[in-house]
Write a protein that binds this ligand. Structure first.
Ligand SMILES: NC(=O)c1ccc[n+]([C@@H]2O[C@H](COP(=O)([O-])OP(=O)(O)OC[C@H]3O[C@@H](n4cnc5c(N)ncnc54)[C@H](OP(=O)(O)O)[C@@H]3O)[C@@H](O)[C@H]2O)c1
Length: 330
């Protein structure tokens, strides 16, 4: 008789605050057909993990579930029919939720190999923020070299990715954030100009920096009161990307602004695009992993916590204290 192995996992057993999450012992998963079991070396957190445990996110997994969408680790075992991945391989991936535990079973096709020169902590946080952002800037905004890109929430996970990918794509990047420390961090990661939207009027500052032409693309993962001033600073035929609503409030915009500039409001729903276009997503991740391995993307990790300290990690995200990513190490 085989005895199930036990592992540590963070469990959300009811909608709750970060402090009410539980550290529990549960059975380790087994690899089903087409699956690989990955030993998680690092699981990266995102802003949406603060929402998913509170029942305020678009996905509502059945209880009990673990938060943390993305991870990096080594393949432990593989199920029948798996090709291209073998035990011992270093891999990373995104499963939506469930990675805050010592091992996960994942469809092997969704895994991406991690080059030797890329550590697990940085690899863990590459998929969601950089994947979303490359999809947003390349596929949705069609950002061109020489255009001006304004990034809101620029020191956050997606914001940092937008600065770095914007620079790789040849844009002039204006980073917008709520503190001078965050703006210094944005400059260190490539921003050409900055706006402190806690102390400056966002529309006026962007209009000044955009000059007569205006801002070609706005990347907005924040929403709330910043959305309308950012749209007002757009150029003729500019593009405003709706990425997220970290500020909590979903903005409403007067549509005459869109008409007057012949501009576009473009939605970005990366998770669904990944399901609809898995091949395109694989190609996109290849670029991201290569750029990161070459040192062109920082995948900056601000702090690493053990699983048991997930509440501290999630509270730091909710309190706007994080620059780049926070990682859990099981
Ligand atoms: N559309 C997609 O496919 C997709 C994919 C991934 C993430 N998202 C969404 O994008 C948003 C940002 O995600 P992220 O991982 O980049 O988050 P993050 O690292 O926490 O950064 C969000 C930024 O928003 C700003 N912010 C303003 N008001 C805030 C508030 N009340 N609470 C927290 N932050 C606030 C903060 O910057 P300042 O302090 O400088 O204002 C913070 O740095 C989330 O809503 C997430 O769900 C969407």
């Amino acid at each position: 008789m085989t005895v199930d192995r036990i592992m540590k996992a963070i469990l959300c057993t009811r909608y709750c605050t970060p402090d009410q999450l539980e550290l529990a012992d549960i059975e380790e998963p087994r690899a089903g057909p087409g699956e690989a079991v990955v030993r998680v070396k690092a699981a990266a957190l995102n802003f949406f993990d603060t929402l998913i445990i509170a029942g305020k996110y678009q996905h509502k997994p059945p209880f009990p579930f673990s938060p943390a969408a993305e991870f990096a680790g080594t393949v432990d075992t593989i199920g029948t029919g798996v090709t291209g991945i073998a035990p011992g391989d270093r891999v990373m991936g995104n499963i939506g939720w469930g990675a805050a535990r010592e091992a996960v079973a994942v469809p092997a096709q969704q895994l991406v190999k991690v080059p030797d020169q890329l550590g697990f902590d940085r690899a863990a946080g590459l998929t969601v923020t950089y994947g979303t952002t490359l999809y947003a800037l390349r596929e949705r905004a069609e950002l061109k070299s020489g255009e001006t890109l304004a990034v809101l929430g620029a020191a956050g996970g997606t914001g940092l990715a937008a600065i770095e990918i914007g620079k790789i794509m040849g844009a002039r990047v204006i980073a917008c954030a709520s503190s001078d420390d965050k703006l210094a961090f944005a400059r260190d990661h490539g921003a050409d100009a900055t706006v402190n939207y806690a102390s400056e009027d966002l529309r006026d500052a962007l209009k000044k920096l955009g000059g007569e032409h205006g801002i070609d693309v706005v990347y907005d993962p924040v929403g709330g009161r910043y959305a309308e001033p950012a749209v007002r600073a757009l150029a003729w035929e500019g593009r405003y990307l709706v990425v997220g609503f970290a500020a909590g409030e979903i903005p409403k915009l007067p549509l005459n602004l869109v008409l007057l500039k012949s501009c576009d409001i473009r939605g970005v729903l990366w998770g669904t695009w990944v399901k609809r276009e898995p091949r395109a997503q694989h190609a996109l991740m290849k670029d991201i992993v290569q750029w990161c391995a070459d040192g062109r993307l920082s995948a900056h990790v601000q702090a690493v916590y053990p699983l048991a300290e997930i509440a501290t990690a999630l509270n730091a995200i909710a309190d706007r204290k994080v620059m780049g990513k926070i990682v859990l190490r099981p």
